[in-house]
Design a protein around this ligand. Structure first.
Ligand code: S3P
Length: 175
């Protein structure tokens, strides 16, 4: 295991909506025997509201504050030595205030997915507030790429083969 991961055993999956962070993260954590934290699910459980409702009732800025607080709470557990795989919401890694928190506490992996694949996976899903307008979504996709590229590793993941993606992660020179 690299020194970085040895010091704070957090593995953070970042990337755009529908790039497979949750599905891959859960399977990876199972293989590693690490705990799995899906930040969006944690937010919904704690707030007892869907993300869509949080956006509707309080707006994006409040959601981002909750997201950072949730992330901080869980990173504290990693700092204390608990190995965890994290699936971050698509906007979490583009917030500069979250960078330090994440980058100093483990390794980041960008699951990079083509926009066409994302659109296909989204289908008619209405649960993601920032995906409602497909033109804005395409703009967001382009704007965020340079920010995701801050991640320690980038993997192209235009496949539904979860095991193959997990293997790619396990083959990274970090374990
Ligand atoms: C968001 C992505 C969503 C969720 C929220 C905002 C974004 O998570 O956090 O709707 O800003 O890209 P997923 O990436 O898991 O869809």
């Amino acid at each position: 295991m690299t020194l970085k991961l040895k010091r704070t055993p957090g593995l953070y999956l970042v990337g755009f909506m529908c790039s497979g962070k949750t599905t891959v993260g859960r399977a990876l954590a199972e293989q590693l025997g690490w705990c799995f934290v899906d930040i969006d699910s944690e937010i919904e459980a704690k707030q007892e509201k869907t993300i869509r409702r949080i956006f509707e009732e309080h707006g994006e800025a409040v959601f981002r504050d909750i997201e950072t607080d949730t992330l901080r709470d869980h990173v504290t557990k990693v700092e204390a030595g608990r190995p965890c795989v994290f699936a971050l919401g698509g906007g979490a890694f583009v917030q500069p205030r979250n960078w330090e928190l994440i980058e100093n506490n483990g390794v980041t992996v960008w699951l990079d997915c083509l926009l066409d694949t994302i659109l296909q996976r989204l289908g008619d899903d209405l649960s993601r507030p920032l995906a409602a307008d497909r033109e804005q979504l395409a703009q967001l996709y382009g704007d965020r790429r340079p920010l995701y590229s801050r991640a320690d590793f980038r993997l192209e993941v235009d496949t539904d083969d979860v095991e193959a993606i997990v293997k790619k992660i396990l083959d990274l020179p970090i374990f």
